[in-house]
Design a protein around this ligand. Structure first.
Ligand SMILES: Cc1cc2nc3c(=O)[nH]c(=O)nc-3n(C[C@H](O)[C@H](O)[C@H](O)COP(=O)(O)O)c2cc1C
Length: 312
């Protein structure tokens, strides 16, 4: 998730557990082959066999609209060590030029096909190439056609965020579509959208009949959600993390960010506030803490307040 789940977060969340894979923020491709430094910035795991420190494979995500340029960049990502490539056809942000990428392409299934097929051809067969779509741009009319285009292009699997672009991130996601698309495809479908709690996972599973799931915001709203879901899927039980354990992870994230060269306190503070804003949807303690720190401009008093939560 762009601006939210960077390599530090991927490290911390996959260490908590429950993930088979995780995905980078998107690498935006316009009209040229990007230099290696861009790929390394978004996916520092490239130099660690494309795995987080806890050994979870990291998929590199590309966003762009020109098949040849996407293919060239996919090839470069693989040369640099990417373990798998995902193509983003879901990002709602606006592009004004003909090199558009993301959800706008959902209006053109044939472009979804040609981009996915070009990337697939450029990447060795044994390396997974997948695509992530929404149900459409304004309507769901092309949902099935877009999903079929991904399959026809020989993608390894498809992730479906069960909303249109116009739906934005509004609740509720249309889980009923996931089962319909899943039934029509032979490739695996990964269900995504509004799985923010164990209860929502159970309801999504029931409504969609899917077996594989992707967490978006749920991964940061409840950092051990994947671990809890994974336990349910294997008929095990696991204790939910306690608030003080979550706080310890936030403190660790703060420290990791501070090790980055030229990292400003302001940015670290912004990320702490951002995470608490997500966490407060699940933890009442996070709402309290967020209220206390939201107006603060310095990192050290925020750090002290976080540490004060460690003993609770
Ligand atoms: C701030 C933000 C950034 C996101 N960045 C990406 C991204 O880079 N790549 C991607 O595939 N999806 C991205 N998404 C979409 C999520 O992965 C997910 O598909 C969507 O939020 C629906 O799932 P959720 O309800 O579990 O969050 C982003 C979502 C948000 C809110």
């Amino acid at each position: 998730m762009e601006g939210v789940i960077d390599h530090h977060m991927r490290h911390l969340l996959t260490r908590i557990g429950g993930y088979d894979h995780c995905v980078t923020e998107f690498v935006r491709i316009s009209d040229q082959l990007l230099p290696p430094v861009v790929f390394h910035r978004i996916c520092p795991e490239l130099t660690h066999e494309s795995q987080t420190k806890s050994g979870t494979p990291v998929t590199l995500q590309l966003l762009g609209g020109e098949p040849d340029v996407m293919a060239e960049n996919a090839q470069r990502a693989i040369e640099l060590g990417a373990a798998a490539i995902d193509i983003n056809f879901g990002c709602p942000s606006r592009f004004t030029n003909s090199k558009a990428g993301g959800a706008i392409l959902l209006k053109e299934p044939e472009r979804i096909y040609s981009i996915t097929a070009a990337v697939r051809r450029a990447v060795p067969d044994e390396i997974s190439v997948s695509a992530k779509i929404r149900l459409g741009y304004e309507t769901t009319d092309l949902a099935m056609e877009n999903a079929r285009a991904v399959e026809a292009a020989n993608a390894s699997f498809i992730t479906v965020h069960a909303r249109t672009k116009v739906d934005g991130y509004h609740y509720p996601a249309r889980w009923e579509w996931l089962g319909k698309i899943n039934d029509a495809l032979a490739i695996p479908l990964i269900a995504n959208g509004d799985i923010h709690s164990v209860d929502e996972f159970l309801r999504c599973r029931e409504m969609s009949n899917c077996e594989d799931f992707m967490l978006g915001r749920g991964a940061v709203i409840q950092p051990d959600l994947a671990r809890q879901i994974s336990a349910i899927q294997s008929n095990n039980a696991v204790e939910p993390m306690l608030w003080h354990e979550i706080v310890a992870v936030i403190i660790e994230m703060t420290k990791l960010m501070q090790t980055q060269p030229a990292m400003q306190d302001k940015k670290v503070l912004g990320r702490i506030k951002q995470w608490l804003a997500y966490l407060k949807r699940h933890y009442p303690e996070a709402a309290l803490l967020f209220g206390e720190i939201r107006g603060m401009k310095q990192l050290s008093p925020v750090d002290a307040l976080l540490r004060g939560n460690l003993g609770h």
